[in-house]
Design a protein around this ligand. Structure first.
Ligand code: E4P
Length: 215
């Protein structure tokens, strides 16, 4: 399973990249709005830090506008993936971009039929938002299970990109369900590596070593 980071913060991306297990980055307009500076410059910098796919979202709501913006975003760097919202206009844009071999990420997916349509339109990635579904008392991870099964049933090449991840349990469930990619905030990447028993064990080892080190 690939690990993407869900942020536009260069500091967070550098820190995650230094771990040596970062496969890509997802951004969105909200994440870019939190950072200082020109969004295109930030995206360019991100593509230099991470050689893997970097999702950058279009703002237009009509197909022609989305395609135009998508092609402009692609001029930033070869590893830009054009992120398109899950709408009827968006599906048409995904089809057109995919026919031109432009990689796309269909975002804001909240149901299995939407995931199926994104794949049929030719999206490279489909992004179900699990945390936002959990927030409204729906079952986000059930949608991941369904999307993975549907794509497998019909050998659809679209990759399930688990988005809106809130905690390590989302990541572990995604791995057990054979999701292709998980994108997560920096805090969740840190949480994945931590366990209170690891901390306690290390503390104990160091304390015991104090007793013997001068022998
Ligand atoms: C995915 O690509 C989105 O950027 C992201 O995961 C949205 O998550 P949120 O619900 O935490 O905003």
């Amino acid at each position: 399973m690939k690990f993407f980071i869900d942020t536009a913060s260069l500091a967070e991306i550098r820190e995650a990249a230094a771990l040596g297990l970062l496969d890509g980055v997802t951004t969105n307009p909200t994440l870019l709005s939190k950072e200082e500076g020109d969004p295109r410059e930030i995206l360019l910098e991100i593509t230099k830090i991470v050689p893997g796919p970097v999702s950058a979202e279009v703002i237009a709501l009509d197909t022609d506008g989305m395609v135009r913006e998508g092609l402009e975003l692609r001029r930033i760097a070869d590893n830009i993936v054009v992120k398109i919202p899950m709408t009827l206009e968006g599906l048409k844009a995904i089809r057109r971009l995919s026919d031109e071999s432009v990689p796309t990420n269909c975002t804001l997916i909240f149901s299995a039929p939407q995931a199926l349509m994104a794949a049929k339109a030719g999206a490279t990635y489909a992004s179900p938002f699990v945390g936002r579904l959990d927030d409204i008392a729906a079952d986000g991870m059930r949608l991941i299970e369904q999307a993975v099964a549907i794509y497998r049933n019909y050998q659809l090449p679209t990759q399930v990109l688990v988005a809106s991840v809130r905690h390590p349990e989302h990541v572990m469930q995604a791995a057990l369900m054979s999701a292709h990619v998980v994108t997560m905030p920096a805090a969740v990447i840190r949480q994945l590596a931590s366990h209170p028993l690891t901390d306690r064990g290390l503390e104990q080892f160091l304390a015991d070593w104090e007793k013997v080190k001068n022998r």
